[in-house]
Design a protein around this ligand. Structure first.
Ligand SMILES: NC(=O)c1ccc[n+]([C@@H]2O[C@H](COP(=O)([O-])OP(=O)(O)OC[C@H]3O[C@@H](n4cnc5c(N)ncnc54)[C@H](O)[C@@H]3O)[C@@H](O)[C@H]2O)c1
Length: 417
């Protein structure tokens, strides 16, 4: 129930009351072209595939702080007071359930609203009980879980993650390699819920939880929402590569002052974020295919916690590029963005698409949702697709495929026959 989730929740409430528009949401405002360019068929995505309606959604969540959604949204300081006042009673009705939390994984935070349990398995069972109670109390047909909790410290796969049997044993043994977010992921997947990781930490992207997802039919997506600076990077870099413009340096720095920034001020949480942010250029620019253009690329990413800015992040990119005959040029990007304003429509879209995936019998990794993530989860042995435009084409073709419509290749020779 931090900045991203309360901005999503309050936003949906505001849209439902026609107080504002769902700008940035593909499920609410996007269209999909069907058939030939001459047919003039471009329905709204929400009319083309049967997505849950915003009027039918109820929200719940966990947090280590006891503030209700109105108070949490006020603390986050993203949305104007006037807007929040208009939906205040509805927001106040959402009180966080007590969290599964361990400071070892998020060193800069501590709060009172935390569960106690004899081991991690017991904690997972308490979360499952919360999920069931929420479903019953709100009379829900289906549930979706999106991890919008803080970025946890950098972890890598261990033998405890290698199989479901090993993982369940490790839960009972309170193994250190299972962070809190993984306990939520286990609980959700065990219940057959679609699970998405909006943060960059290791969570459901381990063999044990993929095995569980295959058993329970849970769709999986993540990780780390592609907003702000990385969104711009994945818009600009494919363009430079398309024109075979060389890049020998990309320096990205930014300042932000929200709670996320405070958590990322801890070097171990920052390491998780840094890994996620740095991977995109390698995959987009493909230095092994284009050594003359990208082999020596120096890519640096910095995040600086700077409280006066709150959620209104400012990012600077200095890109050293070179063209014909190696002549150098520079490109500067100064993005004054609002982190949670960019993130909220993604959380909504992913929740609705993941629910659709579950109803369509699609379980496991949903690579067609890569469009929304900095570090898209992908099948072992496959490299992730980071190019925003390829990602969008993949997403829309998946929707066409689901509805039995012809896939669009953009070949278009038939217009000239
Ligand atoms: N805003 C963006 O553009 C963006 C983009 C990509 C990823 N993210 C990630 O999304 C996550 C949320 O971002 P935010 O800006 O809302 O941060 P935030 O700090 O405002 O919210 C995170 C919330 O999670 C809670 N929390 C931490 N551990 C928990 C646990 N184990 N159980 C329950 N609650 C827990 C915290 O108390 C806090 O209220 C972060 O990991 C961030 O890195 C955000």
């Amino acid at each position: 129930m931090g900045a991203v989730s309360t901005t999503t929740i309050a936003g949906v409430m505001a849209v439902r009351r026609s107080l504002a528009k769902p700008i940035g949401s593909l499920t609410q405002m996007g269209t999909v072209r069907l058939g030939k360019r001459t047919e003039g068929r471009s329905p709204l995505i929400k009319d083309f595939v049967p997505l849950a309606s915003l009027d039918d959604i109820v929200f719940g969540g966990w947090d280590i702080f006891e503030e209700n959604s109105f108070e949490a949204a006020t603390t986050a300081g993203v949305l104007e007071k006037d807007l929040l006042e208009q939906i205040r009673p509805e927001l106040e009705g959402i009180k966080p359930m007590s969290a599964v939390f361990d400071r070892r994984y998020v060193k800069r935070l501590d709060g009172p609203n935390v569960k106690k349990g004899k081991n991690k398995r017991d904690l997972a069972e308490q979360l499952i009980a919360d999920i069931r109670a929420f479903k019953q109390a709100n009379n829900c047909d289906r549930l979706v879980l999106v991890w919008c909790g803080s970025t946890e410290v950098y972890l890598t796969e261990t033998p405890a993650h290698a199989s479901l049997a090993a993982f369940e044993k490790a839960l009972e043994a309170n193994d250190d390699s299972i962070p809190s977010s993984m306990i939520y992921a286990y609980a959700a997947i065990k219940e057959g819920l679609p699970y998405t990781n909006a943060a960059p930490n290791l969570s459901a992207d381990v063999p044990a939880l993929m095995e569980l997802a295959a058993q329970t039919g849970s769709p999986l997506a993540g990780k780390d929402l592609k907003t702000g600076q990385t969104l711009m990077k994945t818009i600009i870099a494919p363009g430079l590569k398309a024109r075979l413009i060389g890049v020998n340096g990309w320096y990205s720095t930014n300042i932000l002052g929200n709670r996320d920034g405070e958590v990322l001020d801890d070097p171990e949480s920052f390491k998780t974020k840094e890994e996620s942010k740095k991977s995109v250029l390698d995959y987009i620019l493909q230095p092994t295919l284009y050594p003359d253009l990208y082999k020596d690329l120096c890519h640096v990413v910095r995040i600086n916690y700077y409280p006066p800015r709150g959620d209104n992040k400012e990012g600077w990119d200095n890109i050293d590029i070179f063209g014909w005959l190696g002549y150098p040029m520079q490109l500067k990007i100064n993005f004054l963005c609002r982190d949670s304003i960019l993130a909220a429509p993604i959380v909504l879209d992913v929740a609705l698409f993941m629910d659709l995936a579950k109803r369509s019998g699609m379980s496991g990794i949903q690579e067609w949702l890569s469009f929304y993530f900095k570090s898209p989860v992908h099948a072992p042995g496959l490299y992730p697709e980071h190019d925003l435009f390829i990602q969008l084409m993949k997403l829309k073709n998946t929707l066409r495929f689901m509805r039995g419509e012809e896939l669009i290749t953009h070949l278009g020779l038939e217009y000239y026959d």
